[in-house]
Design a protein around this ligand. Sequence first.
Ligand code: TYD
Length: 138
Amino acid sequence: MPYSIDTCRMIDLPKIHDPRGNLTFIESGNPIPFDIQRVYYLYDVPGGAERGGHAHKDLHQLIIAMSGSFDVVLDDGKDKQRIHLNRSYNGLYICPMIWRELDNFSSGSVCMVLASNKYDEADYYRDYAEFMRARWQA
Ligand code: TYD
């Protein structure tokens, strides 16, 4: 399989410690393995809600818990992994062709996503069976 959950990984973002408050910055290319074309964020997530539930054909993403915490479940059609995000200086890199679900949002949490391309509904697999068929054809 060209992409698997082993390609996904936690990326430590630079952190400038300061008694006035810490600072983290993100630049395209390094340490983020793609150019950032879009930023979006999830907030006001009600208790018990689930987000995601899809895969992307070509999109690369970095997910950061800017505030609070939540879980991301990665599924490459063979293996699954649940990852807890709760640090604003850690990002979860997700490569294309990974089914992801987000849940277990803490109250007031904010999930920021950096993406390698603009929004394109044609890039989504929203049907798990369709994702699996494409996965095993790859
Ligand atoms: P979706 O990607 O399904 O959200 P999530 O993965 O966080 O659960 O998107 C939800 C809706 O928002 C859907 O109608 C598409 C729209 N949307 C945009 O218009 N632009 C965007 O950049 C994103 C991420 C979603």
